[in-house]
Design a binder for this molecule. Structure first.
Ligand SMILES: Cc1cc2nc3c(=O)[nH]c(=O)nc-3n(C[C@H](O)[C@H](O)[C@H](O)COP(=O)(O)OP(=O)(O)OC[C@H]3O[C@@H](n4cnc5c(N)ncnc54)[C@H](O)[C@@H]3O)c2cc1C
Length: 481
């Protein structure tokens, strides 16, 4: 395990205060990893928890001089190993920088520190009757900085897009220790390159996001939430086409399989059946109402839509929530899936595909699983309206983590080749991190990667921030070559 030099430790303590730097083993293990179980060593040298931007700058400058790499760290809910420290890095946690700094309810934006959670930002927006529409199951822990660094998606991308679309401005500490302010509350500002978007999705490799200006919108007047049971992905895609054609404002179109329901039930300690009896596939669909008095008409249109789908054999069973509590209960089936799998060290593939090829993809993925990993249980759910599936392989109880990870990594290569063949992406919303860096060539071309390397070099020439993440690993050395 790497240790900080006494000189660096003293410099960091002076910048952070005694409680702002930890070398404690428990803290190193806790802050040294995110939610991805990739089998990597967890070995940071220290954890820094600055309280302000000046302290972040001091940490960055001191680490740059001492050549100690930095892992920027948010809520550590990431699912690609991006916030994992494997080799003596300093983990720079933003958790103490979580203030909401300014809210402009008239123009519709707020400014906050990067350590504010996504939920805290949503609450601050709601307090002035506005909405920050990025919503995902880990929003209570995930931070704005982390969600920007991963360009988080979530359940309402269909209606509101990804985090990228809501970032108006950023304050970033660069590897030089300088502060870069890009964008801001102005709606119109055409003055050259949009550097702000470089940092969205950069996974902590270009700088430390310390503040953000986020756009807000008006919340809908009401919602309709329904759950439908279907037979397979082809039926789901046909149902999606009906929803698109209906004129209703669809804000979420999610799917989960019967295995997802089994795991949620087990995690809750329940023995009963799921929300819909014996459905092989479930579609959770949410619609927005611009005015409360639209509710009845929208419900009528929805009832007709489901009736037609039932007649054509695409839907077997439907539950429509009548109250907000029922809406929350229906959403809970979808939102609790990830958490219910966590104890099984799930190996995740988060793929995006053109929605029309999703049925073909799933059929071929299941056939490949049957052939290559018959011992492994698979769970499939996701934001199918965006063509985004979360494929989860669960570790068999008798397999050690190392063996499971190695077998899944082999399998991934064939899955990602299939994704490439079908015109998809190997990462829809979780990013690349450590987990997918060996596969990134399936989605980004050689020229693409070379331009990304040049950008990285221009902003972080000594490789201070998050080394080993995002970019493909160097090829193995050939003995004697
Ligand atoms: C139950 C569950 C459900 C989830 N659902 C979704 C979903 O629907 N959609 C989705 O997109 N994701 C989802 N995720 C993944 C995860 O929550 C998101 O990727 C989230 O945006 C990560 O935020 P974080 O603060 O936890 O970041 P971390 O995990 O701490 O870090 C993620 C990456 O961002 C970098 N980083 C963190 N903070 C900063 C900063 N201030 N400056 C620069 N770089 C930084 C890190 O170095 C790392 O590379 C889910 C995760 C869980 C556990």
């Amino acid at each position: 395990v790497s240790r900080l030099s006494p000189a660096l430790e003293a410099e960091l303590r002076a910048a952070l205060g005694d409680d702002g730097l930890s070398l404690d083993e428990h803290d190193l293990a806790h802050y040294g990893t995110d939610r991805c179980r990739g089998g990597w060593p967890v070995a940071p040298a220290a954890v820094a928890r600055p309280r302000n931007v000046t302290a972040v700058q001091a940490v960055v400058r001191a680490c740059a001089r001492a050549a100690v790499p930095i892992v920027p760290s948010g809520g550590r809910t990431g699912l690609a190993g991006g916030a994992t420290a494997t080799a003596g890095e300093l983990v720079l946690s933003l958790e103490r920088m979580r203030r909401i700094l300014e809210v402009d309810a008239i123009a519709g934006w707020l400014r906050c520190e990067a350590g504010a959670t996504v939920q805290a930002v949503r609450d601050a927006a709601a307090a002035v009757e506005l909405l920050y529409p990025i919503d995902f199951a880990s929003k209570g822990s995930a931070q704005i900085g982390g969600s920007i660094a991963t360009n988080a998606g979530g359940v309402n991308v269909l209606r509101y897009g990804m985090t990228r679309q809501w970032v108006m401005g950023l304050r970033v500490v660069l590897a030089s220790g300088e502060i870069l302010d890009v964008g801001g509350p102005l709606v119109k500002n055409n003055t050259g390159y949009d550097l702000r978007q470089l940092f969205v999705g950069s996974e902590g490799t270009l700088g430390v996001v310390v503040e953000a200006v986020l756009a807000l919108t008006r919340p809908p007047a009401g919602r309709i939430v329904a759950l439908a049971g279907t037979s397979d992905e082809a039926a789901i895609v046909r149902l999606f086409a009906r929803v698109r054609a209906s004129g209703l404002v669809c804000s979420a179109f999610e799917c989960f399989d019967a295995a997802s329901v089994r795991h949620v039930l087990a995690h809750r300690g329940q023995t009963g059946r799921g929300p819909l009896a014996a459905a092989a596939q479930h579609v959770l669909v949410e619609f927005e109402l611009a005015h409360e008095d639209q509710g009845e008409a929208a419900l009528e249109r929805l009832t007709d839509l489901f009736a037609a789908a039932e007649t054509d054999g695409d839907v077997a069973d439907v539950a429509v929530a009548r109250t907000p509590a029922q809406q929350t209960a229906l959403w809970a089936w979808r939102e609790e899936i990830s958490e219910s799998l966590h104890g099984r060290d799930p190996h995740k593939a988060d793929v995006a595909l053109p929605i029309s090829v999703v049925p073909d993809f799933v059929r071929r993925w299941r056939a490949a699983l049957e052939e290559h990993l018959p011992e492994v249980e698979a769970v499939c759910f996701g934001h199918i309206g965006d063509g985004n599936l979360h494929l989860n392989l669960l570790r068999p109880a008798a397999w050690p983590l190392d063996r499971f990870v190695a077998r899944c990594a082999e399998f991934d290569e064939s899955v990602y080749a299939l994704v490439e063949e079908l015109g998809g992406s190997i990462s829809a919303e979780h990013g690349i991190g450590l987990l997918k860096r060996a596969h990134v060539h399936h989605t980004r071309s050689a020229v693409d990667l070379e331009v990304m390397r040049r950008v990285k070099h221009a902003l972080d020439p000594s490789g201070l921030f998050n080394p080993g993440k995002l970019f493909p690993p160097p090829p193995p050395r050939v003995p004697g070559a």
